[in-house]
Every structure is written in C-alpha cells, then in structure tokens.
Design a protein around this ligand. Structure first.
Ligand code: PEP
Ligand code: MN
Length: 245
C-alpha cells in the first residue's frame, strides 16, 4: 500500500548544469531519488567512462540543491568509501551482479544496495547474489530488473522481464524496482513498461531522464526528456485501467 518510489536522472553525470537541471525537474515531477553514473561500465574501453570523482561532487551539489536521495554505481571496491560519502544507495550494475568480492564488500558497509539483475542471470542466481550482501550483514537490498539478453536485439535492447515481479514477490521480501529504460533501450517504449511494472506490483521505478537526450554521452536513445518524464509521472497518478461492464 505504499507509494511507488521513483528514481530518475541521466545515465551519466556530464556537467554541473545538466545534473542540477535534471535534479530540479525530476524532483518537481515527484521523483524521490536522483540517479547518475560517475563510474560507468561501458562495453567499449574507448566510450565515455564517466567523470569519476568530480561527478561525485556534482551529485553532492544536486543533492544539496534539491534534497533528493542519490543513487550511483560502484564498479570497484577501491572507490567504495568516497562514493558512500555522497550516495544514499549504492548501485551494483548488471555486469557486476556476480562480482562476489564486490558483493561481500558492499554487504559489509551500511548503505542500502540496489542490485541490478545480470543480463543473463536466472532469478535464482540473482537472489543468491543478493544473499551474498545479506550474509555479509547488510539487510537493505533492493532488486532491480533491467532487462535480460534474449534473441531479439533488433527492436529492443533487452527483454524486460516483468514476469519476475510476481515471482520475486513470492520468493523474497526484498523490494522490487523496474528499470524500463535499460529494459527496452528506447524512450518511446518506457512509459508503457513503467505503467505495466506498477500494475504488476513493482515497489519502485528507475527512469533515465536527460535534458537533451540527443546530446547525451551515454544512453540518450532510452532517456526521456524532462517534459516526457512529467507526462509519465502524471499518467502514473491516474488509475491505470478502467473496466466497464
Ligand atoms: C545504468 O544504470 O546506467 C547501468 C549501466 O545499468 P545496467 O547495469 O543495468 O546496465
Ligand atoms: Mn544507462
């Protein structure tokens, strides 16, 4: 019966103006947390890797300006302490879901963990990854479905497994977040999947939002504009279905 918690923001923290503007817009629309990568796991070593430590300072500035909670990814245990100074929730990305030494490290510190599903992880493997964090002493783990790798890569980046929601609801007490941005790869498909996730019982949503998606340094194609995000947040306030007899 609690409100759906919405996390929104750019894939990467690019500069001060864009992160502050995005934070203000998503806060005004009703988001509770700002996301934004400082350390980015990129397929190509030549792609933008994130601004690192200086991006953490910009996230701190966005938090001071808006009061939003901050979620950002930890890729390397060596960066954990400085990230935890700024972040309210630490993200473990899909590519690190089974980095067991990293899971043990984040399990041994007090900040809540957002554990993304590995791109080819079964639900069992995902829950066992969560178990590593819990077993190390951190009880605050949020599970985030972000799409899995299937045979169709032509029209969607990943296949968003909304079927995981009722399955996880049966298997675990951990809160469930859905990320339709990485889950579909295309902004135009995000609103439908966000609504479907809420209808299926998701506790939280993660939505990529960028002030100018065409110019984004990462994941522009799947990012909503602030205006599109406003529209989605308004749509989520309305009853999702009406049944007439
Ligand atoms: C992200 O949240 O920007 C990200 C890299 O996600 P994932 O690990 O799900 O690919
Ligand atoms: Mn991204």
């Amino acid at each position: 019966g609690h409100d759906v918690v919405v996390v929104a923001g750019p894939c990467s923290v690019e500069n001060e103006a864009m992160i502050i503007e995005t934070a203000q817009r998503v806060k005004a629309a009703g988001a509770k947390f700002l996301r934004g990568g400082a350390y980015k796991p990129r397929t190509s070593p030549y792609a933008f890797q994130g601004h690192g430590e200086s991006a953490l300072e910009l996230l701190a500035a966005a938090k001071a300006a808006t009061g939003l909670g901050i979620i950002t990814e930890v890729m390397d245990a060596a960066d954990l302490d400085k990230i935890a100074e700024v972040a309210d929730v630490l993200q473990i990305g899909a590519r690190n879901m089974q980095n067991f030494s990293l899971l043990k490290r984040v399990g041994a510190q007090p900040k809540p963990i957002l554990l993304k599903r590995g791109m080819s992880a079964t639900i069992e493997e995902w829950l066992m990854a969560a178990e590593y964090i819990l077993a190390a002493g951190n009880p605050n783990v949020i599970l985030c479905e972000r799409g899995i790798r299937t045979f169709d890569r032509e029209y969607t980046r990943n296949t968003l497994d909304l079927g995981a929601i009722p399955v996880l609801r049966k298997l675990t007490h951990l809160p469930i977040m859905i990320d339709p941005s990485h889950g579909t790869g295309w902004a135009e498909f995000v609103p439908a999947m966000a609504k479907a996730a809420v209808a299926a019982g998701a506790d939280a949503l993660m939505i990529e939002v960028h002030p100018n998606p065409a110019k984004a340094l990462s994941d522009g194609a799947q990012s909503l504009t602030p205006d599109q995000f406003d529209e989605l947040m308004q749509a989520l306030q309305r009853p999702l279905v009406s049944l007439s007899r």
